[in-house]
Design a protein around this ligand. Structure first.
Ligand SMILES: NC(=O)c1ccc[n+]([C@@H]2O[C@H](COP(=O)([O-])OP(=O)(O)OC[C@H]3O[C@@H](n4cnc5c(N)ncnc54)[C@H](OP(=O)(O)O)[C@@H]3O)[C@@H](O)[C@H]2O)c1
Length: 327
């Protein structure tokens, strides 16, 4: 098979296509002939040598894919050669073939073409597991998602508003805020110009956000807790603003608030399988009936992975960047 490899930790230019041995499925595993994969922020860190794959995972970058099942190991459940699927991966997506545990494979949602389906597994599993399984967002609650125009943000806005929450979001430009509003965000906040704590307070009559999905980590920790409602839940999934923050516990304590941080990639296969099953059951029907659209910024050939990484590093994307194997 062909795969994007990293010659040495560094900038986008260290990515290049090379030959790699084809994977063979073991018990409970499948091989997928990849149609497309998608770029995630974790991929940029892995390329720089800052986010090594979890033990046992492929050293090839790539956390999600879509494609066609080409080999099935023993005890791999319902899947058959020829099935069109998408999958959540611990690694290996930037390749023409990938090995995946059967539980992390999902059908392609109705109405979505095979390439576009690669835009969905990581955002759907991350948003569903954190916002609904961990934070328990309920209809009518105020939900603040930072970075509403990114891959995660565009999906989170649509899913939360489809399920009846009131969505508030931050983004870095007027154009990106307009996209967020179009996707269902009721309150849009320019993080470069406005204080989101004040904006959330005003928009919620002083109540605050019941759930916050945060991509920034340290730099927003204190302000996120200030922006929480009583019994609010802050879920941190990103560290774009650093890893060491300071928190005034008395504020959290008075609010009886919760701060949780999670990473999807390193969770055990059984937990990922439960998340994928829940996504296929609860989220795919919303995609199928058009209430959630996959938001794709651009699609490039796998051979141009370096350009795709540079694009995400520049922060110009709205939604996902896809890489196709059809070069
Ligand atoms: N823990 C997990 O399991 C997990 C899984 C998937 C993703 N993630 C994390 O989730 C985050 C988002 O991922 P993604 O795929 O959506 O990446 P992305 O498409 O590159 O989006 C990054 C977002 O960060 C926003 N941002 C930058 N500076 C900001 C600031 N000061 N305040 C608020 N937002 C700011 C950008 O907003 P503008 O473009 O408007 O400037 C953009 O929307 C990343 O940190 C990623 O590592 C975590």
């Amino acid at each position: 098979m062909r795969a994007v490899t990293v010659s040495e930790p560094g900038g986008p230019d260290v990515l290049a296509l090379a030959d790699r041995p084809d994977p063979e499925p073991g018990p409970g595993e499948l091989v997928i002939d990849v149609a497309a994969t998608a770029v995630n922020r974790a991929d940029l860190l892995q390329r720089q040598g800052l986010y090594p794959p979890p033990p046992g995972a492929s050293d090839i970058i790539g956390l999600e894919c879509s494609g066609t099942v080409s080999a099935v190991g023993p005890d791999a459940g319902r899947w058959q050669v020829g099935d069109e699927v998408c999958a959540l991966l611990a690694g290996g997506g930037y390749a023409t073939r990938v090995l995946v545990p059967a539980g992390q494979v999902m059908p392609v949602p109705d109405g979505v073409d095979l390439v576009t389906a690669a835009a969905l597994p990581e955002v759907a599993c991350t948003v569903w597991s954190n916002v609904f399984m961990v934070a328990g967002l309920k209809p009518e609650e105020n939900f603040l998602v930072h970075g509403g125009a990114g891959g995660i943000g565009t999906f989170a806005i649509q899913l939360a508003s489809a399920l009846g929450a009131r969505v508030l979001t931050t983004a870095g430009s007027k154009e990106k805020l307009a996209v967020c509003a179009d996707l269902g965000a009721e309150v849009t906040i320019n993080y470069r110009e406005d204080d989101f704590v004040e904006a959330v307070r005003e928009a919620t009559d002083g109540r605050g956000a019941d759930v916050i999905l945060d991509n920034m980590g340290a730099s927003y920790l204190g302000r996120n807790v200030q922006a929480l409602a009583t019994e609010g839940r802050l879920v941190i999934i990103g560290m774009q603003g650093g890893v060491k923050g300071e928190l005034d516990i008395s504020v959290l304590l008075r609010k009886r608030g919760a701060v949780v941080a999670t990473a999807l990639r390193s969770r055990p296969t059984t937990e990922k399988a439960a998340i994928c099953a829940a996504v296929a059951e609860h989220v795919w029907p919303l995609v199928g009936d058009g209430r959630i659209r996959p938001i794709v910024h651009t699609t490039l050939p796998l051979a141009d992975a370096a350009d795709a990484h540079a694009l995400m590093e520049a922060g110009d994307n709205v939604g996902k960047i896809l890489l196709t194997t059809d070069t």
